[in-house]
Write a protein that binds this ligand. Sequence first.
Ligand code: ASP
Length: 323
Amino acid sequence: MRQWALALHGGAGKLARGDLTAAQDAAYRASLRVCAEAGRVILAGGGTALDAAQAAVCALEDDPLFNAGRGAVFTAEGKNELDASIMDGASLRAGAVAGISRTRSPITLARSVMEKSPHVLLIGAQADAFGQSQGLEQVAPGHFFTEPRWRSLEKFLGKHGLPLPARPAGAAETAAPLAYDEGVRGTVGAVARDQAGNVAAATSTGGMTGKRWGRVGDSPIIGAGTYAANASAAVSATGDGEYFIRLGVAREICALVEHKGLDLQTAVDAVIQGELKKIGGTGGVIAINCEGDIACSFNTDGMYRAVVADTLPLRVAIYRDDI
Ligand code: ASP
């Protein structure tokens, strides 16, 4: 049995070998390594799965290459509306936020919702106000802006005959020239097992390019994009949110483990390659259990991912045939 283990993802999508330039490939691998390291040091030092999952996701949020926090995709109105959730497998406590636009780290706000409020899910400006009341860093909308995501929005709006909104104030600041467009979506997430034997999961996203009408995906929905229970596993998902919500993907995987006795890899494959594919959904998950087993499944070309454990050197992967 492993003493501790961590897996993270940076989204799944159009990621076949050859899609990224050599420079993009190298930049993503370097970033995945840095973000996994942020979680690894916590677990190796005896910290909690919750802290490790949050730290890895925080690092991914701050990295402009990924669709979460800085580098998030834009709504049709040219805004970044961010979603995140976190769950503690030991206590089944959970926290989530949807449609926030001012709090620098959505996953940190989700953790505050879990620990400092009597609620599970807060939305919009009032969720940001709660974050501010908790002393969490607030930023101007331009903080999340990156040029490649804006170009994806221009492309999307042109294709759908929608008007191009003005750029957010302070927008020219982050160029992120190596960001790759995996196809209008992306998400980041981490799952961890700590030395005390507890698991946790965390997920954060900007959602889908060009989303409208206050659309919210699966990432902040406990049971869909995120779930963690010591009795089964911790799961973080990425993909077509609408499909993940309809299947309750993260909880469904845990239910197969808990009630049907499936091993973790069989359970994630049953849902991602079976149930999800059957209804036309694309995406993937990472999962971890109390033994420290790590499982991963995706039905897209690729998925940015990394794993590390006390018995496993840090490994990063992007394409299907990477590991
Ligand atoms: N699941 C995210 C959403 O639907 C997007 C993604 O993971 O690609 O908002």
